[in-house]
Structure formats: structure tokens, C-alpha cells
Design a protein around this ligand. Sequence first.
Ligand SMILES: C[S@@+](CC[C@H](N)C(=O)[O-])C[C@H]1O[C@@H](n2cnc3c(N)ncnc32)[C@H](O)[C@@H]1O
Length: 276
Amino acid sequence: MLRKLYYLFSPSQRLMVRRLAFLPYDIWDSLTGKRNNNIPPRGMIFTGAGDFINAGKLFLEFFRQYGELKPHHRVLDVGSGIGRMALPLTTFLSEEGSYEGFDIVNTGVKWCQKNISTHHPNFNFKLIALKNDLYSSEGDEAAELKFPYNNEEFDFVFLTSVFTHMVPSETKNYMKEISRVLKPSGKCLATFFVFDYQLPSTPIKPSFGFPVDHGYYKLMDPRVKSANVAFKYDYIEKELAHDNKLRIKKFVPGYWQGLEKNKDIDFQDILVFEKV
Ligand SMILES: C[S@@+](CC[C@H](N)C(=O)[O-])C[C@H]1O[C@@H](n2cnc3c(N)ncnc32)[C@H](O)[C@@H]1O
């Protein structure tokens, strides 16, 4: 219900609504000395619910365990948001390692440049103005973007909760670009909602649904297409991976469909691709 209401606003109004809704908490945190200056104030965190610091730490473990991320790697964070994943990487990547992040929301990129790049010169953040009906009304088409990086530049690329907010033509273009910028045998870890796999046990609480069925993909809300997007496994394997010289190396189903939570899984499904 609240989610539906939130989707009625425009992308810039959504950022504003969040800032206003959390303003009393942010003021309270500042007045009582509870404010953690290493992370953005709550009202600025437009990138998802939950504990900001723990989500970053959890994903760093997934990057290491499932994506074989190493401290000397050159890393690309597509849809870097407001630094939730970059922050824990600042203590993991070594001086030989480096990080590039890009996003379409200016406030997130600016926060990261000011609060992360200033202290970690091997961390760079770029704004690329693109349209997305959840996050930004202005900019170019993501389906046409050529990533501003060289061929075979990265060891590891990741997208956390980004393909879950992109429509198929955009996702397809991004997978082509990811394959182009990855080194041979490089890995990409991306989260998805995959709607057609056989659950290993009976779901306990299937509460998150995709009522708008387009066959190989489904939407949560027809008016805001990027609100949440789910894909069929075969489409990911063939059209997104195989056709772009990538192969699925690992698939870790998430608990969004009602599986029991544990430390080795996320809410969303995790896929690891390897460049072949
Ligand atoms: C749910 S947030 C996740 C942010 C970040 N990956 C994280 O885990 O904290 C989704 C992010 O995707 C970004 N985004 C949406 N469309 C994009 C696109 N076409 N290219 C890059 N980023 C995009 C949004 O601006 C937003 O920061």
C-alpha cells in the first residue's frame, strides 16, 4: 500500500519525500550525537531499506565468496547509488586495486565523491544522466549507453539491486557492455529477481509479487516499469549471458519468494557470470 503510494510521485519528488519523512530522525541523530558521519543521513539513502552498513558488509562477503574478488582487482560498480557497496570496499581493496562507480542520481554520486574519493583516491564516481522511471526523469536512454571505460579493463563488475530496476532492452545493453569491459575470465556478480526456478523447499511467506506478465519478464507495477522487474532464468542464461560471451557460474536464490533467511543468501537472487 505504502509502496503503491510512493510510486505515484515523480522521481525527484520521491527523493524529496524521503528527505522530509526522515528529517526528524536525522535531526534527532545529530542532536543526540548518534549520527554516524561515515555514512549518509537516513533521509539521503534512496537505495533501499535495511541496515546500510550490514548490507555492504554482507555483499563484500558475497563478492569474495561467490565472485572471487581479490584486493588487487580493478572493480566496476554499476549503479553505485550512495556508496553502500563502495564503503566496505575501501578497507578491502589494496593500493594496487581500484574502483569505478557510476550512477544516474546526482545526490548519490556527489555524496560519494565528497565522502569517499576525498579519502581514497583510487575510488572514482561518475554521474551519467540517464532516464529511469523510478530514479530519474532526465537524461539519455540506458539501452543506448556505451560505458565510458575501455575494453577488458575490469577484473570484477557488480550490480546490486540495479537489474531489478531496469527493463529488458536496458539490461541487455548493459550485459553487452559488461562483457566488453571485463577481462577474459573476469566475473560479474549481479542481483536479479528470477521468477521461474524450482524452490528447494516450500516458501514460508511469498509476499513480493509480479502481476504484470510479459512472458520472459514480469513487472510489479505497470505505471512505473522500473519499480521492480523479474526475469525468466532461460532468458538470462541465453540472451543476457550466452549471447554476450558470458556463462552463468553460480546461482544463489534469494529469500524474496519466501525461502528461509540465512547468512549465505540475500533477499534478491544472486547470479555470477564469467567472461568466456
Ligand atoms: C536500489 S538502488 C541500489 C544502489 C546500489 N547498487 C546499492 O546496492 O546500494 C538502484 C540504483 O540503480 C541506479 N540506476 C537505475 N538505473 C540505472 C542505470 N540505467 N544505470 C546505472 N544506474 C542505474 C539508481 O540510481 C540507484 O542508485
